[in-house]
Structure formats: structure tokens, C-alpha cells
Design a protein around this ligand. Structure first.
Ligand code: ZN
Length: 133
């Protein structure tokens, strides 16, 4: 069990480190001032700022933040002795699956069910958008 803890802690530290690194490197807020009001690109920079969370850096930050959450939740479950069991059905998660994704919370069957449900609700949302127009 200690090796799983070490792996989780290592992955957590790596993810947090990458998150910090990204946070320091992305300074979109400082761009307009540095370029000056008379810059021909000022309007475009405003546009970039408005859609701040649609850029790739933001998407990566969100992915990493999600991973940090899952890894710390996995360490929590390890402390409680619940690690390795599916949070949905309570069945044991296969060791092979845990080896590939140590932070995983659900067994393959439940993951399939959740992903199918999300795809279905996503399709419904898109379909209702078309209905309105
Ligand atoms: Zn399950």
C-alpha cells in the first residue's frame, strides 16, 4: 500500500508543480498595459481577455486542477481504507486499472455508464439548441 501512497503523492506534487508553473507563466492581464492604449492590437487583446477561459492554457489549468482534486481525494480514501473500491457500486476496482490511473474512483462498468450518460445529455443539449433556432 505504501507504494500506492508514494505514487499518489508524487503525482499530486507533479500536478501541483505544473499548475503553479502555468499560473506564473500566464500573464494575460498585464498585456494591454504593456502594449499601450494606442497599440493597433489593443482591441484584439481585449477580445483575448474576454474569452480568457477558452484558451488552451486555461483548459490545461482546469485539467490539472481536476487531477489535483482527484489525487488528493484518492489519498483521503487511502487514509480511510476505502481506496481501490468503486465510489458508485462499492465493487473492487481492478489493479490493472488502478495501475494506469491511480486516482480513478470508479470501476470500468460505472465509468462506462457515466460516460454514456454524459454523452446522451450532451446530445440532448445540442438538440434542444437546434430546436430553438
Ligand atoms: Zn462501479
Amino acid at each position: 500500500m505504501d507504494t500506492i501512497r508514494q505514487r499518489l503523492e508524487h503525482d499530486l506534487n507533479t500536478a501541483i508543480g505544473r499548475l503553479r508553473h502555468l499560473g506564473g507563466a500566464v500573464t494575460v492581464e498585464e498585456l494591454p498595459g504593456a502594449m499601450g492604449i494606442n497599440s493597433p492590437f489593443a482591441d484584439e487583446v481585449d477580445g483575448i481577455q474576454a474569452s480568457e477561459c477558452q484558451d488552451i492554457g486555461c483548459a490545461i489549468r482546469e485539467l490539472l486542477a481536476g487531477r489535483v482534486n482527484r489525487l488528493s481525494a484518492a489519498l483521503d480514501r487511502l487514509d480511510k481504507g476505502e481506496y481501490g473500491t468503486c465510489v458508485e457500486c462499492g465493487e473492487a476496482i481492478s489493479p490493472a486499472r488502478l495501475h494506469v490511473m491511480p486516482e480513478v474512483q470508479t470501476c470500468v462498468r460505472c465509468q462506462d455508464r457515466i460516460e454514456r450518460f454524459e454523452r446522451q445529455s450532451g446530445r440532448k443539449a445540442i438538440a434542444s439548441q437546434f430546436d430553438e433556432s
